[in-house]
Design a protein around this ligand. Structure first.
Ligand code: CP
Ligand code: NVA
Length: 312
């Protein structure tokens, strides 16, 4: 039986959900992962439909939502934003109103978080944020699921995020703080996570008894870390900044030297796609400490749990 506690809820940012709610998703994700491995049917969303609006490219998010919905017994529609009337000026609110009449849930990947919030306000079905310039909450679910799977606990886990203090960093930071993991973001000056999000994470850490730190020293960040996490230095929509970013972020890439500073049980995570020799070396990505491929797989299981819990 699927808990009814979260039915109808949007998942727009990690900070909107409390730790118990996140754990509900993670526990169901573990169970659904086992069912899928054993080929035991779990058609919790039979007859339901998910619309997936994409205004940016995607490999993992698109495939994991689409396959996940299929495995749950439902169906999904890939809606390229440019092919919708949205691309010709129909408002996000009107789009949300209309899609609510056809669908049971919407996943959206776009630029402005305000558009996701506007869609959710207009829609009377659950809206799931599949990445904005500010947040990537579904990624954070898979990230913390992978950490718990590999390290078997959140207690006493130190997570170091190295590189650009971006959307992925924001969602991961708040998730770690809510779930009681110590978090440090090591970024160059000018690439820190947003002050507002750091404030949310610190408030959550006060409740869970964990900590949130910022540093400009990659080695200090990696020191003693149980999880070394990184993401691309140039996110979607920032391509014209690429040369500057490459220069500014040099020294923050995860290589064997930085990894050696981590704890004995240290694992490496990366949300992917990766750029070898920039934020991570190919040796580390494919090395014995890498949990990256499990992490990518866990997008599927975590999102299936999320959809099963929120879609009515
Ligand atoms: N990590 C992630 O969201 O990957 P995609 O951009 O391929 O969806
Ligand atoms: N920060 C990256 C994440 C890609 C999954 C981006 O926004 O492009």
């Amino acid at each position: 039986m699927i808990s009814a506690q979260l039915k109808g809820r949007d998942f727009l940012r990690v900070n909107d959900w409390d730790a118990d709610e996140l754990v509900l998703v993670l526990d169901l994700a573990d169970r659904l992962k086992a069912r899928q491995r054993e080929r035991v049917a779990h058609r919790h969303l039979e007859g339901r439909s998910l619309g997936m609006i994409f205004q940016k490219p995607s490999t993992r998010t698109r495939v994991s939502f689409e396959v996940g919905m299929f495995q749950l017994g439902g169906t999904s529609l890939y809606l390229a934003a440019g092919d919708l009337q949205l691309g010709r000026g129909e408002t996000i609110e009107d789009t949300g109103n209309v899609l609510s009449r056809y669908l049971d849930g919407i996943m959206i990947r776009t630029f402005a978080q305000a558009d996701v919030d506007g869609l959710a306000a207009a829609a009377d079905i659950p809206v799931i944020n599949g990445l904005t310039d500010d947040f990537h909450p579904c990624q954070a679910l898979a990230d913390v699921m992978t950490i718990r799977e590999r390290l078997e606990t959140f207690d006493g886990v130190r997570v170091a995020y190295l590189g650009d203090g971006n959307n992925v960093c924001h969602s991961l930071m708040v998730a770690c703080a809510k779930l009681g993991m110590d978090f440090v973001a090591a970024t160059p000056e000018g690439y820190e996570p947003s002050e507002e999000v750091v404030g949310w994470a610190k408030a959550a850490a006060n409740v869970s008894g964990s900590s949130v730190e910022l540093t400009h020293d990659a080695r200090a960040g990696a020191e003693g870390a149980d999880v070394l996490y990184t993401d691309v230095w140039t996110s979607m929509g920032q391509d014209e900044e690429r040369e500057r970013r490459l220069a500014d972020l040099a020294g923050f890439g995860i290589d064997d030297g930085l990894l050696a500073l981590g704890s004995e049980r240290a694992i490496v995570l990366h949300c992917l796609p990766a750029h070898y020799g920039e934020e991570i070396t190919k040796e580390v990505l494919y090395g014995p400490r890498s949990a990256v491929w499990d992490q990518a797989e866990n997008r599927l299981h975590a999102q299936k749990a999320l959809m099963a819990l929120v879609i009515r």
